[in-house]
Design a protein around this ligand. Structure first.
Ligand code: 5GP
Length: 114
């Protein structure tokens, strides 16, 4: 059996986290190193390594992650806007190989990113 990813260990409670949302397809928790007042990671339960690894079969799941992001953003009171980001691969500076959507908000964000 494949070794569990860091985020699977967070999902099953092996690694503590502040979970903010869970359903049968995904879970969301606060980032340990927040880049803004709200910084939440939304992850599929299916351990897809990165955005590069999604297939047509994952289309509904990936759409669901974005819908969950909008719901959490509303709950977090991000009425002035927010950012959602998938880092992908080396140039995207992805550090955890389990697909996750960053939800970042609660302050004025800058563009372009570094
Ligand atoms: P990436 O760089 O892969 O796009 O994002 C990974 C994110 O996971 C980073 O923002 C990092 O702070 C967060 N992270 C890494 N390890 C942990 C952990 O053990 N707990 C939590 N809550 N977040 C983590």
């Amino acid at each position: 059996m494949a070794e569990k990813t860091l985020f699977q260990k967070i999902a099953n409670g092996e690694i503590p986290s502040e979970m903010v949302y869970e359903d049968d397809q995904c879970f969301a928790f606060r980032d340990i190193n927040p880049q803004a007042p709200t910084h939440i990671l939304i992850c599929p339960r299916k351990p897809i390594p990165s955005l590069d690894d999604i297939t047509e079969d994952d289309g509904e799941l990936v759409g669901h992650l974005s819908l969950v992001a909008t719901r959490i953003a509303a709950e977090e009171g991000l009425t002035n806007g927010y950012r959602t980001v998938y880092n992908c691969g080396e140039h995207g500076q992805q550090s955890v190989p389990h697909l996750h959507l960053h939800l970042i908000g609660g302050r004025q964000l800058n563009w372009p990113p570094g």
